[in-house]
Design a protein around this ligand. Structure first.
Ligand SMILES: Cc1ncc(COP(=O)(O)O)c(C=O)c1O
Length: 381
């Protein structure tokens, strides 16, 4: 099956018992055993559930990998993945990871003896230089949240593997529509399914994908042992969202390209970062590894910094001032006070995450309406 067909059909069906074209929601905590020592494939939903299993198979097919494990949030997917490591293990991570991920690494996982080094993974040499004898994984995000830094997945994956490390990619921003990190050697692909994959601001969810059976077993063991699993109903909503992933991503990207060009030409905008713009420092890398566009995330800074940015964010009417991203509605965010507020100021400064940075998650509305909204908001500053 081609990618678009997989999005629509990989959830399987029709249901063999009723013919229902939509996968049933098995909203059940437990499953009755026919006799002692036998079950019908399921016993307790923390360990596995038919609806969750169907979502995991659908997502694995779309990502082009063998195994998927669904979690209750993107964060719990990252947390469950990190628990495959042991005290004393070292991880090299992209410096501009989502604020919640660096908070988990720095304030929680370090308490259990994991060590982290942050590098600008857009420069593969920095990754190589940070690897130590106890490094067990290289972890990247591409494009990153919120600075949209792009990493050459193949180059960094090769460095990780040459050093005998696992290579993991948070591919939330790119989605398998634009990028399949597994094709470039990633051992683990992680998504916050809260974002583009479910796509409708309905659920919080996460997913780990791999071709490696041993890793998959560990991820399943973590579902069962730590229990950070999504409800069957949330799995159902993600499955339905995935069916239009290809259509939504095409529109997110098309709209974002037009808005990035508009912002770049705007006299009140100081700087625009979008991987699809030739001005992006790693545009050529993005062009080579992303297919069908560059997703829907843009970050920009206004002339007049934080004051102008605040005014703009308070003046938009169609764009929603909200924390999340990757849904059908256009959302505007102020990373310094919202998504990345808990990243310490000195770290934000070092990363170039300025107080004036505005993040736009371009939705799938008519682009003319989004542009008109930005126009009226700009007029007031
Ligand atoms: C790139 C990235 N990774 C992980 C997460 C965490 O996902 P969740 O909010 O579903 O826990 C987010 C959330 O914004 C994100 O943007």
């Amino acid at each position: 099956m081609k990618f678009d067909t997989k999005c629509v059909r990989a959830a399987g069906g029709p249901d063999p018992t009723t013919g229902s074209i939509i996968a049933p929601i098995y909203q059940s905590a437990t499953f009755v055993l026919p006799e002692v020592g036998k079950n019908l494939g399921f016993d307790y939903t923390r360990s596995s559930n038919p609806t969750r299993q169907r979502l995991e198979e659908q997502m694995a097919a779309i990502e082009g990998l063998k195994y998927g494990s669904a979690y209750a949030s993107g964060m719990s997917a990252v947390d469950s993945m990190m628990k495959i490591f042991e005290a004393g293990d070292h991880i090299v991570s992209s410096d501009d990871v989502y604020g919640g991920v660096s908070r988990l690494f720095n304030t929680i996982l370090t308490k259990f003896g994991l060590e982290f080094t942050y590098v600008n993974s857009s420069n593969p040499g920095e990754v190589e230089a940070a690897i130590r004898p106890n490094t067990k994984m290289v972890w990247i995000e591409t494009p990153t949240n919120p600075l949209l830094k792009v990493t050459d997945v193949k180059a960094v994956g090769d460095i990780a593997h040459a050093a005998g490390c696992l290579f993991g990619v948070d591919s939330t921003f790119a989605t398998p529509y634009h990028l399949k990190p597994g094709e470039y050697g990633a051992d683990i692909v992680m998504h916050s399914t809260t974002k583009y994959l479910s796509g409708h601001n309905l659920i919080i969810g996460g997913m780990l994908l791999t071709d490696n059976e041993e890793l998959s077993e560990k991820f399943k063991y973590m579902q069962k042992s730590a229990g950070a699993v999504p409800s069957p109903f949330d799995c159902f909503l993600i499955m339905e969202g995935l069916k239009t992933l290809h259509l939504r991503m095409a529109r997110h990207s098309e709209n974002a390209m037009k808005i990035a060009e508009y912002l770049e030409a705007h006299a009140k905008v100081e700087k625009v970062t979008y991987p699809g713009l030739a001005s992006h420092p790693r545009h050529e890398v993005a062009k080579a590894q992303m297919k069908g566009g560059y997703s829907g995330m843009i970050s920009f800074e206004l002339v007049g910094g934080i004051a102008a940015g605040t005014k703009l964010m308070n003046s938009v009417e169609l764009c929603a001032l909200a924390e999340s991203l990757g849904a059908v509605e256009t959302m505007i965010t102020h990373p310094a006070t919202m998504t990345h507020a808990e990243v310490p100021q000195d770290e934000r400064d070092a990363r170039g995450l300025t107080d004036g940075l505005v993040r736009l998650s371009v939705g799938i509305e008519d682009v003319e309406d989004i542009l008109a909204d930005l126009d009226q908001a700009f007029a007031g500053i």
